[in-house]
Design a protein around this ligand. Structure first.
Ligand code: GLP
Length: 234
């Protein structure tokens, strides 16, 4: 893993943006694996305000809450629309359907999309417990898209986006670690002291399902973009 130290989120967003620009220019129809959460916001700001044209790009999101439709402001579909797509139209975008009636069929549909559009650059954040996408500790590294029961710590960490903890969905769809490792290149960003332990475990810990992000040690092209606080234990 290559590690790039940055002074703050803004600088991290700019560094990540350079990867996005390189991928965009290298492919006729670049496929971006996209993340949600607060971490990629500075990157999405750079993308939105750039003069780059993403209209030949394909965007495939990592995950979505089960039970939330795309018109729900807490859904990841809504987040992507607000933070990126409305200013930077992509040729095609995909995100699991939180309202799908048949969970297995939805996971199969998503796996087919990933087969059709292999990801050139996967953008990741990391959960405080080392999760990537919504792959919680204990999930097999072989998994492709699947239905996840969120852990208490993830529900607590994400409750800041909801009015009340009871409103945080308990389940989600997520690309699996197996799907994420198929990406040709991966960048993972982390900012803040609350991410320091997860970053330490991801980089220095054993490759173990208790830290899902440690699976990235097995990928040949990963760059980690960290501020001083997130890097404080490495
Ligand atoms: C969520 C998302 C992840 C994200 C993580 C960290 O659980 N499913 O994709 O990386 O939270 O979020 P944040 O960037 O807000 O710290």
């Amino acid at each position: 893993m290559k590690i790039i130290h940055v002074n703050n989120e803004q600088e991290g967003g700019q560094v990540a943006f350079d990867f996005v620009e390189k991928t965009l220019k290298a492919h006729q129809h670049p496929v971006f694996g996209l993340a949600t959460g607060s971490t990629p916001l500075s990157l999405y700001h750079c993308m939105r305000t750039s003069d780059l044209d993403f209209s030949n790009s394909i965007g495939i999101n990592l995950d979505e809450y089960i039970g939330l439709g795309k018109d729900n402001p807490q859904s990841y579909a809504y987040f992507m629309q607000e933070q990126l797509y409305q200013d930077k139209p992509f040729m095609k975008t995909f995100i699991p359907d939180g309202l799908a009636k048949d969970a297995q069929a939805e996971c199969d549909r998503y796996d087919d999309i990933l087969k059709q559009y292999p990801i050139d650059l996967q953008i990741l954040g990391i959960g405080t417990n080392g999760h990537i996408g919504f792959n919680e500790p204990g999930s097999s590294f072989e998994l492709t898209t699947h239905r996840v029961a969120l852990t208490e710590s993830t529900i607590e960490a994400n409750q800041r986006f909801f009015e009340d903890k009871s409103e945080v969905p308990r389940f989600a769809y997520s690309m699996g670690i197996g799907s994420i490792l198929q990406a040709k290149e991966i960048i993972l960003m982390a900012y803040g002291k609350h991410k320091a332990q997860a970053i330490y475990d991801m980089i220095n810990g054993p490759v173990d399902i208790q830290c899902p992000a440690s699976a990235l040690q097995n990928h040949p092209k990963v760059t980690v973009i960290v501020d001083e606080a997130a890097a404080s234990l490495i």
